[in-house]
Design a binder for this molecule. Structure first.
Ligand SMILES: NC(=O)c1ccc[n+]([C@@H]2O[C@H](COP(=O)([O-])OP(=O)(O)OC[C@H]3O[C@@H](n4cnc5c(N)ncnc54)[C@H](OP(=O)(O)O)[C@@H]3O)[C@@H](O)[C@H]2O)c1
Length: 208
């Protein structure tokens, strides 16, 4: 199965590298096609890289590895996304990382679904820092990935992808639960970057 990754920053590059080590085929799209091509070349000949529209066209599952504030602009360039699975990994944070800019009665993922009504938006991976995406970075630890979405087929695909990357995939219910998962991601940022835990921290749900 071919997966498109939009964005070549910390998260985009981390998932491109990690997925290239699984049976998934990877295509990278960036607003600067040259950046995507360079990252693809660095990862290996089996990875393709180019513009945003081309990457969307080639894949049925697309990881949106851009800031929440950039999502609408990316979707405007995406072409027909009907039936595609869009993975929203975002934590919709303010510029100083101190506040969420959307929440309570909606979420970044729900707003992405509104912007792409024909697609199946799935919230996942927002609680995993970029440095923990590579399996080698979490040897001996099984980290949870919370997966929320409204289409059972789409959420199953994203859970399978999380498992292929070595995570424990946790069914986190419908897409509206993103309004609760995004604050969890925000708390993880607080622990990681403001409360001294560092970037190798991640939340897990325990059942006592
Ligand atoms: N970093 C983490 O540990 C982490 C963890 C969980 C979730 N996330 C989420 O993952 C997403 C990406 O984070 P990141 O850390 O990878 O950020 P990043 O390193 O700043 O990379 C952002 C990427 O988005 C692109 N981009 C920015 N504005 C854009 C626009 N208007 N149109 C098209 N592309 C645009 C950037 O392109 P340029 O290079 O051209 O600027 C870059 O490729 C965010 O939503 C974040 O909340 C991050």
């Amino acid at each position: 199965m071919k997966v498109a990754i939009i964005g070549t920053g910390n998260i985009g590059a981390a998932y491109a590298r990690a997925l290239a080590q699984t049976p998934y085929e990877v295509v990278i799209g960036d607003r600067d096609p040259g950046k995507a091509a360079a990252l693809a070349q660095e990862i290996g000949a089996q990875v393709e890289g180019g513009g945003i529209a081309a990457a969307f066209k080639l894949a049925d599952l697309v990881i949106l590895a851009v800031p929440y504030q950039a999502t609408a602009g990316v979707l405007a360039q995406a072409g027909d996304v009907k039936g595609k699975v869009l993975v929203d990994v975002s934590n919709p944070v303010s510029a100083d990382f101190k506040d969420l800019v959307v929440g309570l009665t909606t979420s970044a993922a729900e707003e992405t679904q509104v912007a792409a009504p024909g697609a199946h938006v799935v919230k996942a991976f927002n609680t995993i820092f970029a440095g923990l995406v590579a399996a080698q970075a979490r040897e001996g630890r099984k980290l949870q990935v919370f997966v929320a979405g409204d289409d059972p087929g789409a959420t199953a695909q994203v859970r399978a992808l999380a498992q292929a990357l070595g995570f424990v995939a946790v069914d986190a219910g419908p897409l509206r639960n993103s309004r609760f998962l995004e604050p969890v991601g925000m708390m993880n940022i607080q622990f990681g970057f403001f409360l001294g835990a560092g970037p190798a921290t991640a939340p897990s749900w325990a059942h006592a």
